[in-house]
Write a protein that binds this ligand. Structure first.
Ligand SMILES: [Mg+2]
Length: 218
């Protein structure tokens, strides 16, 4: 049965800041500057430092992240990281299949929401480049609602805004933990978008390599 509401993750699902041939993503810039490694813990502290509240510019969350990992970068290093992040925020590219897939879902009569862990600068630039608020019935961003996926609060905010119930909603995202398992715990169905074919060995059905056949799973 078709879902009444479809929630889309943003980064890695609809949009990317790191084309395959391009520079490392924001975490790569930060890990280089802070001389640390990108691992699951670093991802969590990065999201908490950058994506839980609005900010004016990247210097504040960069310093917050540095404190959280016990680093003490000098001013020049902070400036270089800020510049690297700003460059990435300017390179936001939708995957070719992304916006047609969202449009196809709308044509089926479902309400659509963007549900994203994102920082305020990236969100503002994305809104300048793409008509997000005309494309989605609701844009639910962690930095605006003060909750990060996988926390229930951000999914509940999306369902609330769409006036939808978990039992008839579907989450579509590229993170098993933040999108798929988190949504299923709340009673939504979920589709894993595995563009890099990273999860073929695991039981993550339904799993799609891109969004062209998404309609078969809604
Ligand atoms: Mg994602």
């Amino acid at each position: 049965m078709a879902g009444d509401a479809v929630l889309f993750d943003c980064w890695g699902t609809l949009f990317t800041t790191a084309p395959a041939s391009g520079p490392a993503g924001p975490m790569g810039v930060l890990a280089d500057g802070l001389e640390t490694e990108v691992d699951a813990d670093f991802r969590d502290v990065y999201e908490e430092a950058f994506m839980l509240e609005p900010h004016d510019g990247y210097a504040t969350p960069v310093r917050r992240l540095a404190r959280a990992v016990g680093a003490d970068p000098d001013g020049e290093t902070v400036t270089a990281m800020v510049k690297g992040l700003e460059q990435l925020a300017d390179v936001q590219v939708p995957y070719d299949d992304a916006l047609p897939a969202v449009e196809a879902v709308r044509e089926r009569g479902a309400a659509v929401a963007l549900v994203t862990n994102t920082d305020a600068t990236s969100l503002a630039r994305l809104r300048q480049s793409y008509p997000l608020d005309g494309t989605f019935d609701a844009v639910i961003a962690s930095c605006e609602v003060g909750a990060l996926k996988p926390a229930p609060a951000i999914f509940e905010a999306a369902l609330d805004r769409l006036d939808a119930r978990a039992g008839t909603a579907v989450m579509v995202g590229d993170s098993p933990r933040s999108d798929v398992w988190a949504a299923r715990r709340l009673g939504l169905r979920a589709v894993l978008v595995d563009r890099g074919d990273k999860y073929g060995q695991l039981d993550h059905e339904p799993r799609v390599r891109d969004l062209t056949a998404l309609g078969n799973h809604l």
